[in-house]
Ligand binder design. Structure first.
Ligand code: AHM
Ligand code: MG
Length: 319
C-alpha cells in the first residue's frame, strides 16, 4: 500500500501506515510555514527572542522559536505523535496519550544552521520518526534513548533557492520540491543513491589548531584531491554530498570533546538517510547508526557521506 500524504502531490512510496502518513503531513504543514518565513526574511513579523539562550547555551534566533512552535502544533494536531525531543526544548514533550495510542516518537532540529538564519543562507529542519516502544512508560528521556537503526523514517527540509523535503524510509530516499504557488511538494528525485565519486569534503578548517594528531591525519586524508565546501548548515552540506558526492566531518576538538553534532536529531538522522542511499556515517569509533545516546541532547563526532571516504577517515583516525 502506498499512501497519499496531505501536502505532497504524489502518493508517497515507503509510507504504508496512515499514522506515519499523518506524521509526514505534519512535517509538511510545519515546514511549509517555516519556508514562508524564511523566504520573507525580515519582512515578516517574528517572535521576540529577548536575547534568550537554549539548553546548549546558544543564542536563540526568532526562527528557532517559530519553527519549534509550528512543529509542536502540527505534531499535536496529527494525533500520531506521542512524544517529541526537540533541540530547542530542554525536556522531551509528550502529547495527550488518549489521542496518540500506537503512534510515533519524533526527534527534531527545527532550524539547523541557525547562525545562517538572518543572512539569507540556506538552513533546514531535521526530523526522525521512531515507533513508540512497547513496554516503556512514555515519560522522561528513556523512550528516546535508542539507536538510529530503530528509525522508521527520517529526513530534512532544506530552505534554499527552492525548498526541498528529503524523506528516507527503509531502502528508499526520495526528494520532493515545494511548488510555492500551489503549496504542494512534488516528487523530484525518486531513489537517491549517493554517487561513487566524492569530489567534496566539508570541515570547519578554522578549528585546525584544536585538533589532535589523529584528526589532522583524517582531515588530510579527506582533503586529498577534493574541493572544500562548508556552508555551516549541516543540512545543506549533507544535501550537496548526497546528490553530488562528498564527505562531511565534524570531529571532536580540544574545546568540544564530543564534537558539536547531536546524536538523536542530527547525526542519527543523517546516518539513517545515508545508509539507505549507500553511504556511511561513523563516530570515528563505530557506526553512528548503532549509537545509543545516554541523554537526549548528547553530542558525537560525525563523519558522514561517501562510504569509501568515511572508511579512509576511520583508518586515518586509528593511525
Ligand atoms: P545548530 O543546529 O544550532 O544550527 O548547530 C548545528 C550546526 C550545523 O548545521 C553545522 O554543521 C554546524 O553547526 C556548524 O558549526 P561550526 O560553526 O562550529 O562550524
Ligand atoms: Mg538548530
Amino acid at each position: 500500500m502506498v499512501l497519499s500524504v496531505d501536502g505532497i502531490a504524489t502518493p508517497v512510496q515507503g509510507i504504508d501506515d496512515p499514522a506515519l502518513g499523518r506524521v509526514v503531513a505534519a512535517i509538511v504543514a510545519a515546514s511549509r510555514d517555516v519556508a514562508t518565513h524564511v523566504r520573507a526574511g525580515a519582512l515578516l513579523e517574528m517572535p521576540d527572542t529577548d536575547g534568550a539562550q537554549n539548553v546548549h547555551g546558544e543564542v536563540v534566533h526568532a526562527l528557532d522559536i517559530l519553527g519549534t512552535e509550528r512543529f509542536v502544533e502540527a505534531f499535536d494536531d496529527s494525533d500520531a505523535v506521542a512524544g517529541l525531543v526537540c533541540e530547542e526544548l530542554e525536556e522531551p514533550k509528550f502529547f495527550d496519550p488518549t489521542e496518540t495510542a500506537g503512534s510515533y516518537l519524533c526527534v527534531l532540529d527545527p532550524i539547523d544552521g541557525t547562525s545562517n538564519a538572518d543572512i539569507a543562507i540556506t538552513i533546514g529542519s531535521i526530523f526522525g520518526v521512531f515507533p513508540t516502544p512497547a513496554g516503556v512508560p512514555l515519560e522522561g528521556e528513556q523512550p528516546f534513548l535508542r539507536p538510529g537503526t530503530d528509525l522508521v523514517a527520517a529526513g530534512y527540509v532544506l530552505y534554499g533557492s527552492n525548498t526541498v523535503l528529503v524523506l528516507a524510509t527503509e531502502g528508499l530516499v526520495q526528494e520532493f520540491t515545494l511548488d510555492a504557488a500551489g503549496g504542494e511538494f512534488h516528487l523530484t528525485r525518486e531513489n537517491i543513491q549517493i554517487p561513487d565519486d566524492c569530489p567534496y569534503y566539508s570541515v570547519n578548517q578554522g578549528y585546525a589548531d584544536r585538533w589532535d594528531p589523529a584528526v589532522r591525519r583524517a582531515v588530510d586524508v579527506a582533503r586529498e584531491g577534493r574541493s572544500l565546501r562548508y556552508v555551516g548548515s549541516l543540512v545543506s552540506d549533507f544535501h550537496r554530498d548526497l546528490i553530488r558526492g562528498g564527505v562531511f566531518l565534524y570531529p571532536a576538538d580540544a574545546s568540544s570533546p564530543n564534537g558539536k553534532i547531536r546524536v538523536l536529531y542530527e547525526a542519527g538522522v543523517f546516518a539513517f538517510i545515508v545508509a539507505q542511499a549507500g553511504g556511511a556515517a561513523s563516530t570515528g569509533s563505530g557506526p553512528v547508526i548503532d549509537l545509543v545516546p545516554s541523554a537526549v541532547h548528547e553530542r558525537t563526532p560525525l563523519f558522514v557521506g561517501n562510504a569509501n571516504a568515511v572508511e579512509a577517515i576511520d583508518l586515518a583516525l586509528r593511525g
